[in-house]
Write a protein that binds this ligand. Structure first.
Ligand code: IMP
Ligand code: MG
Length: 185
């Protein structure tokens, strides 16, 4: 496995900056859902995992956590249809619950738009989105997002849950890939 220093072009968001922003997001969510009877965080696997575990430690109101995994239909040509398939579904019924989707990054918005369609058909009491990163200039479909950690430029990033060919999710910061130096093995 290659050392990430070989293709890291810059640290975009250092670990301490991530953590202080996550404290703010947790405080805001705690305030907004202070009167909720049934709050559930729905983490989109696998990229959202590190964000979820840090975020939930900053949320002071009782809440459940659920996991969902989705994959794009035929990554490649059909990707633009934006259809996603659920490969792991929630374990609970979200009817009448306050659902906050916890996502790592919104790029075109297609993945999240499909997830929102799927979950809103189950009639939660409320459905909101919390994303750590937002590449707003890449957006192709509108997605309502209530909580954004950081708006970032159109660069390919990795670390803190985000992968490069399934590796490097463990890094505690968000780094930018130097695409001239990174070649999948
Ligand atoms: P969208 O459907 O185009 O919004 O794609 C969102 C998904 O693409 C995210 O959940 C990530 O898994 C992946 N993704 C988009 N940009 C990046 C990136 O810069 N680094 C790693 N994964 C990314
Ligand atoms: Mg993801």
């Amino acid at each position: 496995m290659r050392d990430y220093h070989e293709f890291l072009s810059e640290v975009l968001i250092p670990a301490d900056v991530l953590q202080s922003r996550i404290r703010e997001l947790g405080a805001q969510i705690s305030k907004d859902f202070n009167n909720s009877d049934d709050l559930i965080l729905v983490c989109i696997l696998r990229g959202g995992v590190m964000f979820l575990t840090d975020l939930m430690r900053q949320i002071t109101v009782p809440h459940g956590v659920e996991f969902m995994a989705v994959s794009s239909y035929g990554a490649g040509q059909r990707e633009t249809t934006g259809q996603v398939r659920i490969s792991l579904d929630l374990n609970v019924n979200i009817h009448d619950k306050d659902v906050v989707i916890v996502e790592d990054i919104i790029d075109s918005g297609r993945t999240l738009a499909s997830v929102i369609d799927l979950l809103s058909a189950r009639h939660p009491h409320s459905l909101t989105v919390c994303t750590l990163l937002d590449k707003a200039e890449r957006r192709e479909v509108y997605v309502p997002v209530r909580y954004v950690g950081f708006s970032i430029p159109n660069k390919f990033v990795f670390g803190y849950g985000l992968d490069l060919d399934d590796l490097y999710r463990n890094l505690p910061f968000i780094g930018v890939v130097d695409e001239t130096k990174y070649k999948p093995e």
